[in-house]
Design a protein around this ligand. Sequence first.
Ligand SMILES: [Zn+2]
Length: 436
Amino acid sequence: MRVEDYYNRRAETMSREELERLKLERLKWTVRHAYENVVFYREAMRERGITPDDVRTLDDLRKLPFTDKETLRATYPFGLLAVPKSELVEIHMTSGTTGTPTVGLYTTNDIEVWAEVMARSLYMSGLRKEDVFQITPSFGLFTGGFGFYYGARKIGAFIVPTGAGNSRRQIQLMRDLGTTMISAVVSYVLRLTETAYEMGVDPARDTQVRKGVFGSEMWTEEMRQRIAKAWDMDVYDIYGFTELCGPGVANDCYLHDGLHLWEDHFLVEVIDPKTGEPVGPEEKGELVFTTLTKEAMPLIRYRSRDISRVYDARVCDCGRTHLRIERITGRIDDMVKVRGVAIWPSAVESILMKFPELGIEYQITLTREKGLDVMRLTAELASPEVPEARRRELAERIRREIAENLMVDPVVELVNPMTLPRQEVGKAKRVIDMRS
Ligand SMILES: [Zn+2]
């Protein structure tokens, strides 16, 4: 229990009234800042016949137009810049594997805010000055490495900035230096787990790593628990993306029931992705963000394409007053349709992880055979010593479980451990759609 323990008590536990007042004041500032300094926003608002004076309440946000990834691509790299270029101190961007990259631009104050929200998130995840903190996301244009670094510097932890890849060395360093906490992209901690076993190292027994903070990819509660067990560690979920600042927008507290979103810096709405209208209380939808303190690149009503919901409860038992969002269950782009049925890979993962006979790697392949969609599910076994008859029986149980829960009848294939391709760096590719 660490109820009384906060990185920034004043900010993290301020009253709802004060938080709402602060949000409105900062929203007004952001809208005016964007209107006065960014041609794109000025024109978009003029088209709707509104000026910054029309934003008098938080609900007035809805009068403003949405922005999205396309907006950022069309204005790449400096089209949304709201300060003189000489004020810029840093840039980060997405990999651009799916088109023009989207950028995040920072002034000195933007970096300071990022460090602050990262420090709150990391402290909430258990990071303390006494910790040896190994940062495995890459340092570079990707926001991961530097985000964790800035936050950990504020806390004063001993940082081991390994960056991505070189998994055997990562494990070796954990043992040499006595690493107590790690951060990683979710699929990379899976890689580290396997590498440790390959080296004859049991992460739970042979390392001192007891805390971990992971994010940047969709994962399920079942996966979180598996990681926690393999390392005997407390596992936290961190959320954010390049366009907002990077990681540190939201993080779960020790109760692991939703992620606290730092509302003094980010304003969230949940909309129906089809109509753009707000959904009802606690309903799932697309998260839309407005930055409240960003100087270099303010974002207004940015459609994240991430699906989640916002908890109604305004206060958490941990004492923090910032509202909570549910773990991201998927991105709009992740959803696939199989014979007309919408399937989220996270739903498949939730089911697979309930089978202790399975490992952690799986792949969904979609093909079209004789004009019909076929979903093929390849999952790795936890151990190679499973006799053929037992495999068939297990595959059949998995098939039934998925067919009953997801309304799609998959072809299930079980393979030996380490059969599916692994990625050292970058995000895991779990769905392969070969239909088009
Ligand atoms: Zn809490």
